[in-house]
Write a protein of this length. Structure first.
Length: 364
């Protein structure tokens, strides 16, 4: 039986649904978003999703200033709103504040609901690392307990190594060139060393490992490519890198094969998921799919959002069940469970199956 080292996942990650106001009060009259988990959580990374078509999905983090946004559903360079009165006004001890109309607070012509997926790193406190040869220099903040790092660096034309500060080799790494219209190059442990995915696209796995110099992350470093691949290490390019390593009972990254059946594939995680992201890596034309326990309190889980698309939330099929120790597919569909297709996933816990003391958690 798998024990956890994280008895309360809400200390490290929380999701919340909130109503945007579209207000123009800016920093003087912000909208306060307070988390509802068991623990207080001051976020360092927030991924915003809008329930209706409109503003794209947006990421803000505490390493960059709060007025700087990246949009994972497009290749666009980083956007600066021009004022910290816009978007995220502050990262608070148990949530955040949003200001004037923006990706975080737009009503999009009347639609108000948004989902904010939050992670804790190191409270915005970063450590610097120095360029050395082809190895980039930059800053890092890490939450080793939860296996999450936010890395900002300047490219060298490489290939070079970037220390990730995590307790084990990261199994999900997402890169974005902040200054140019390059793709969101993505490594997942289910791919291997010569394959990549693109977060902003619905492409299948791509036989191109050059973005990491065809070297998978190890216990110390993430490998960045060279100037021939501007997605990760162009000379003088500015980059963000978000990296996660697995923590037993809290997070899991893996793959499964679909069986094309409503009594579908069961995926063991060792915890009840709070949210998951799934990608069909066999076929092109299939989006990154996101489900969570905030929009679907009970099974079956059927509300879905797309990481690579600003399309409205869809609710038309029952995709899966969130169980005490994993998730089970409940549909024959290309996004989750076509027979013989390979799917990768990332999953984070609502609560562990077994506590750090070996006691099964209370059924919920």
């Amino acid at each position: 039986m798998a024990y956890t080292t994280v008895d309360d996942p809400s200390e490290h990650t929380q999701s919340i649904i909130y109503n945007a106001t579209g207000g123009d009060g800016g920093a003087s009259q912000p909208t306060t978003i307070t988390n509802t988990g068991n623990a207080d959580l001051q976020p360092d990374f927030i991924w915003f999703f809008e329930f209706s078509a409109g503003y794209g999905n947006a990421i803000v983090d505490s390493t960059r200033t709060r007025s700087k946004y990246l949009y994972p559903d497009v290749v666009n360079a980083e956007v600066t709103t021009g004022s910290t009165a816009y978007d995220v006004v502050s990262f608070d001890s148990d949530g955040f504040k949003v200001g004037a109309p923006s990706a975080a607070n737009s009503t999009n012509g009347g639609t108000t609901q948004k989902l904010a997926v939050q992670y804790k790193a190191n409270g915005g406190t970063t450590s610097s690392f120095t360029e050395s040869g082809n190895n980039p220099g930059g800053t890092i903040q890490t939450n080793a307990t939860a296996g999450f790092s936010i890395i900002s660096y300047t490219g060298t034309g490489g290939p070079g190594n970037i220390a990730h500060g995590l307790p084990s080799a990261p199994e999900l790494v997402i890169f974005k060139n902040r200054g140019t219209t390059n793709v969101w190059a993505t490594y997942h442990v289910g791919l291997g060393d010569d394959l990549k995915l693109v977060l902003n696209a619905n492409d299948a796995k791509d036989a191109d490992g050059s973005f990491m110099n065809s070297i998978i992350p190890d216990a110390t470093n993430i490998r960045a490519g060279d100037s021939n691949n501007p997605n990760t290490n162009a000379d003088a390019g500015t980059y963000m890198c978000y990296a996660w390593s697995p923590i037993q009972g809290y997070s899991k990254f893996g793959s499964y094969t679909g069986n094309g059946n409503a009594d579908g594939t069961f995926v063991y995680t060792g915890f009840k998921p709070a949210w998951i992201m799934v990608k069909n890596i066999t076929d092109s034309g299939v989006s990154w799919m996101i489900q969570d326990h905030k929009r679907d309190i009970d099974n079956p889980v059927h509300h879905r959002l797309k990481a690579n698309d600003s399309a409205a939330e869809a609710t038309n099929i029952n995709q899966m069940d969130f169980l005490s120790n994993g998730f089970k597919c409940r549909v024959n569909d290309s996004s989750w469970n076509l027979s013989g297709k390979t799917y990768i996933y990332m999953a984070f816990a609502e609560h562990p199956f077994t506590t750090s003391t070996g006691i099964p958690t209370t059924a919920r």
